[in-house]
Design a protein around this ligand. Structure first.
Ligand code: ATP
Ligand code: MG
Length: 416
């Protein structure tokens, strides 16, 4: 902001940076709005990159942080109306484009700050702060809504959701994260317009899903997503499993969301791979159950079910491959954590995904799955020295032999 001001541009902190500071929370990041054009911004910073086509912005890197710099946008009444389902390459080069249904395809028409404010999503996100005269600008009565804890859309809710259906998800995200209410006119059209999310790319939906789930209020967010029927456009397989699945595996989803919130509150990290492994666990279970009478080898049945569960989710959110690979490993390790001979213990313990798989195992037990103290065994194993570890392994093989003998005496396998 200081550098832009020094070069005689206007520059404001806007959005979450201002909103969260006014609420006494620590902003996640800072977004800057300016009258400098992307190319002008780029000239001022050597660590700047212009990104985005639909909505061009400049990313400026400061160490590990990225600051988004956005040039003031103006309203553009849809002259450039494009028929639905036209390939994006055909609108390359246009600054402004809407689909027939009102969706914004290009939003690169620049304007003044007051026009910019009206293009933003919610009133509490349209507060601008600058160190020039230390001004706080409020074009949309955002301060009032901030004090009343209201998420209120700017303009006509229906039109604004049609322009960009992701705003419905953002309403939920902010309501959950800030513990605000969604104002009535803002929340009314959501149920009816939820279907518009079908036309949003699965790549963008993946980004939004992550923001929804790792914003610190995953549990509340998930409940709101279900309440407003938006969940079926992001996490349909999971939502369906909540209707058909067993209580234990849906419990696991809820516990995973709660854990996520707790971990984030403690400043710990959460990985998308773990989250999706948990979210799709009830889906995997349903698929495994469905394949029971196909007479497959258990390993094969598991592989197929895992593949199918992940593929189904990929229709909604484009989860990058590195995460789906890791989710699958977390699942696969669940079986391998059961076998506890010396060799397999070593290989599992040294697996890069061991820690995540162990956490997942604890979650399964917490959710109510009966695993004969498997989680505790692995806890002891990790805490133990070499001697104790050998003893733990020996104890398992002894009890296995004992069970084997019993089974021989009683071949029916039914315990006495
Ligand atoms: P967070 O704490 O998650 O960063 P934020 O409000 O800063 O919250 P961003 O996604 O960083 O959200 O966006 C910055 C600002 O850009 C928003 O506050 C809002 O003013 C504007 N904005 C972002 N996305 C949209 C959108 N889809 N439609 C309209 N305005 C948007
Ligand atoms: Mg932000």
């Amino acid at each position: 902001m200081y550098r832009l001001l020094g070069a005689d541009f206007h520059a404001y902190i806007v959005g979450g940076g201002v909103r969260d500071m006014l609420l006494g929370n620590e902003p996640k990041d800072f977004d800057i709005a300016t009258n400098a054009k992307p190319e002008e911004v780029k000239k001022l910073f050597k660590n700047a990159r212009v990104i985005g086509r639909r909505f061009k912005i400049v990313h400026i890197r400061f160490g590990r942080e990225i600051i988004e710099v956005t040039t003031f946008r103006a309203n553009h009444n849809p002259q450039n109306q494009i028929a639905d389902h036209v390939p994006l390459r055909q609108i390359r080069g246009l600054d402004s484009a809407h689909s027939k249904s009102g969706m914004i395809l290009r939003d690169n028409v620049y304007g003044d700050i007051d026009e910019d404010a009206m293009r933003r999503d919610f009133t509490v996100n349209a507060l601008y702060y600058t160190t020039r005269n230390f001004e706080l600008l409020d074009f949309a009565e955002g301060l009032t809504d901030l004090n009343n804890k209201q998420i209120r859309i700017i303009g006509d809710a229906e039109d604004r959701y049609k322009e960009d259906p992701v705003r419905m998800l953002r309403a939920i995200r902010f309501a959950a994260k800030l513990n605000f209410e969604i104002e009535e006119k803002t929340n009314k059209p959501i149920n009816d317009l939820a279907y518009l999310l079908d036309s949003v790319s699965s790549a963008r939906l993946f980004d939004e899903t992550l923001k929804l789930l790792i914003g610190g209020s995953a549990q509340r967010t998930f409940n709101l997503l279900r309440k407003y029927q938006l969940g079926s456009y992001l996490l349909a397989p999971t939502i369906e499993a909540f209707e058909q699945g067993d209580v234990i595996s849906t419990n696991l989803v809820e516990l995973a969301l709660r854990n996520t919130d707790q971990r984030l509150a403690q400043g710990k990290s959460v990985t998308p791979a773990f989250l999706f492994a948990a979210l799709l666990w009830p889906v995997l279970k349903l698929k495994l159950a469905a394949s029971k009478n196909q007479n497959l080898h258990p390993q094969q049945a598991f592989q197929q079910a895992a593949q199918a569960a992940l593929m189904e989710q990929l229709d909604y959110t484009a989860i990058p491959k590195r995460f789906t690979v890791a989710s699958r490993e977390i699942w696969e390790l669940q079986n391998r954590l059961q076998r506890r001979n010396k060799q397999s213990v070593e290989s599992v313990f040294n697996h890069p995904r061991f820690r995540a798989a162990y956490d997942f195992l604890l979650l399964r037990e917490e959710a109510g799955e009966e695993l004969n103290g498997l989680g505790q065994w692995w806890t002891n194993f990790q805490n133990g020295d070499t001697k104790l570890r050998m003893e733990l392994i020996a104890a398992v093989s002894k009890s296995k032999k004992r069970r084997g003998r019993r089974r021989k005496r009683n071949p029916s396998g039914v315990s006495e």
